[in-house]
Design a binder for this molecule. Structure first.
Ligand code: 5GP
Ligand code: MG
Length: 178
């Protein structure tokens, strides 16, 4: 479907399931030489990154762990809010090689904050892998280590990402119509 309606907004097809998977395969290939002998711990940031984590982890054929966290922001509605709390991390990350899995980096505030919080726990290394990256929207100097697909500064939904809670189930990614 080239155009869809979610709530009050129209979205048009932007990235197909195949293009997304190609981007994820590239990320897996780049992660391999860095981490294949290090038993890395991948930490998926819920909700948005669940599909990315699921597809990425199945592209990796070396020992690794996957865990999940949820964030509570001070300003929960807007991108760019500071993180108040991280829920759900039960694994000890001290001396582990950690890769945070994010759905999208927009202003960079979330990832910046996460990096700060995780660094305090003294991991052996800390990397960021993101499905999508909007370089034009970036406000802080956080360069992700692995990016599946760079996109322009437009609101998108699908493949785990939502608009008002909807659209996470879409297999492709859609961009908001101007
Ligand atoms: P940042 O802190 O980098 O500005 O924003 C990160 C968070 O904002 C993402 O994890 C995501 O939850 C949300 N976000 C940013 N851009 C988009 C977008 O285009 N679509 C959706 N659905 N969420 C977005
Ligand atoms: Mg997110």
């Amino acid at each position: 479907m080239a155009e869809i309606q979610i709530r009050d907004k129209r979205f048009s097809l932007f990235l197909s399931e195949n293009e997304i998977l190609e981007g994820i395969k590239n990320v897996a290939q780049n992660i391999r030489p860095d981490l294949e002998n290090k038993d890395p711990l991948f930490i998926c940031v819920l909700n948005g990154a669940f599909m990315f984590a699921s597809d990425l982890i199945r592209q990796l054929d070396f020992p690794c762990e996957l865990s999940f966290i949820r964030l509570k922001s001070y300003e929960s509605t807007k991108s760019g809010g500071k993180i108040k709390e991280v829920f759900g991390l039960i694994e000890a990350i001290e001396d582990r090689h950690v890769v945070i899995l994010e759905d999208i980096i927009d202003t960079g505030y979330t990832v910046y904050d996460l990096k700060e919080k995780f660094s305090e726990k003294k991991p052996a290394s800390l990397r960021i892998a993101t499905l999508l990256f909007k370089p034009e929207a970036l406000q802080l100097a956080v360069i992700p280590d692995y990016v599946a697909i760079e996109i322009p500064n437009k609101f998108i939904v699908g493949y785990g990402l939502d608009y008002e809670g909807h659209g996470r189930n879409l297999r492709d990614i859609y961009k908001i119509c101007d």
